[in-house]
Design a protein around this ligand. Structure first.
Ligand SMILES: Cc1cc2nc3c(=O)[nH]c(=O)nc-3n(C[C@H](O)[C@H](O)[C@H](O)COP(=O)(O)OP(=O)(O)OC[C@H]3O[C@@H](n4cnc5c(N)ncnc54)[C@H](O)[C@@H]3O)c2cc1C
Length: 328
């Protein structure tokens, strides 16, 4: 079992850029911090990450390795390779007995992975940095091209697609805005709604005015030769030649570990937070891709982690003095 008898300041769930960045700030604030991570980076499907200052083009796991090394260099840092299964609030008496002066605390339990021990911590605060899980449109071959020919983040991968014949595939109401963003990179774009009414007729007319076609027929599959995408096959058999582009997955916030604890979400399923990064559950904060508004990028997640770490630290200082929260 990876744990400490002594209670800790913050248990961070997720060791991506958001969690690692928050963790670094908090150990540097002399807090005892545990990061519990199941090591499934959202961008693991890709070979190179773009746009992170000083690390443009770095492989995703390299960024994490560097971040983890920097975090673990501090004596109050703890890192556990574990899937968090349960976050349970302490009773006020238990929290006070654990030395948490504002009577708020949590027990966080995780199952060890890759031979690592199970992990359990008693923490004054919890920071959720668990990223997103993605549900791609149900096309048999789409996974084979995701991360190479097809991407979800226009800001991250648009540059490499400049002037190519592209697709945008999705079924959500933000398709129009995404198409406008992609038009910065290529005017040879077909928007596939896969039989949905995600693009309104007036939006279709606006896209047509800048040369972008909306294809409303149902998609059968993505087609290609070996690793290269060559087109989109429609349900009626017609193949529209395309070499790559973007897909809009549906996102899910993976917070099953909260059990019966009710947490507020927005219309996209992301976790709602206050200006200081606190969720609707007192003492539970959230950062990174799992919170709106994005853009969902590594450097934004890391910046958000640092911002919320500062607010969280101040919340704990103020909580100990009984003077209310930051921004209250
Ligand atoms: C294909 C693809 C390519 C991308 N390319 C780029 C790019 O080039 N540049 C860029 O800036 N952005 C890119 N992104 C976006 C980028 O990956 C995200 O914005 C960033 O990873 C978000 O960081 P995060 O820390 O919020 O979440 P993540 O990086 O997803 O980290 C979350 C961590 O939490 C862990 N976790 C989840 N649940 C639990 C649990 N119950 N217990 C313990 N741990 C848990 C996960 O295993 C994971 O390690 C890309 C995304 C995709 C999908």
């Amino acid at each position: 079992m990876t744990s400490t008898e002594a209670p800790i300041g913050v248990a961070i769930i997720g060791g991506g850029p958001a969690g690692l960045s928050a963790g670094l700030q908090l150990v540097r604030a002399n807090r005892r911090i545990a990061i519990l991570d199941s090591n499934r980076p959202r961008h693991s499907a890709t070979l190179r990450s773009h746009g992170f200052l000083t690390r443009d083009g770095a492989p995703p796991l390299e960024l994490r390795r560097l971040g983890r090394e920097e975090f673990e260099a501090y004596p109050s840092a703890m890192y556990a390779q574990a899937i968090v299964r349960e976050v349970a609030p302490l009773e006020r008496d238990e929290a006070l007995a654990a030395g948490f002066p504002d009577g708020i605390g949590f027990r966080v339990r995780g199952t060890g992975i890759r031979g690592a021990a199970d992990a359990e911590y008693v923490a004054r605060r919890v920071l959720i940095a668990a990223g997103l899980t993605e549900e791609l449109p149900a096309l048999p071959m789409i996974r084979a091209y995701y991360g190479t020919a097809l991407h979800s983040c226009v800001e991250c991968d648009g540059f490499e697609k400049t002037d190519k014949p592209l697709v945008l595939i999705g079924e959500t109401s933000d398709l129009f805005a995404r198409a406008l963003l992609i038009s910065r990179f290529s005017s040879d774009l077909v928007v596939f709604t896969n039989g949905s009414d995600a693009v309104r007729p007036e939006q279709e007319a606006q896209l047509a005015a800048i040369g972008i076609r909306v294809e409303r027929r149902q998609i059968d599959d993505i087609v290609g030769e070996k690793a290269d995408m060559t087109g989109v096959r429609l349900a009626d058999g017609e193949v529209i030649p395309r070499v790559g582009g973007f897909v809009r997955p549906r996102w899910n916030a993976p917070v099953e570990f909260l059990g019966d604890l009710d947490i507020a979400r927005d219309g996209w399923g992301l976790i709602e937070v206050s200006a200081r990064g606190e969720t609707s559950i007192r003492g539970v904060y959230a950062v990174g891709d799992i919170v709106p508004p994005g853009p969902q990028q590594l450097i934004i997640a890391a910046g958000n982690g640092a911002t919320v770490a500062a607010k969280l630290n101040m919340d704990m200082i103020r909580g100990a003095l009984g003077v209310g929260r930051v921004d209250d």
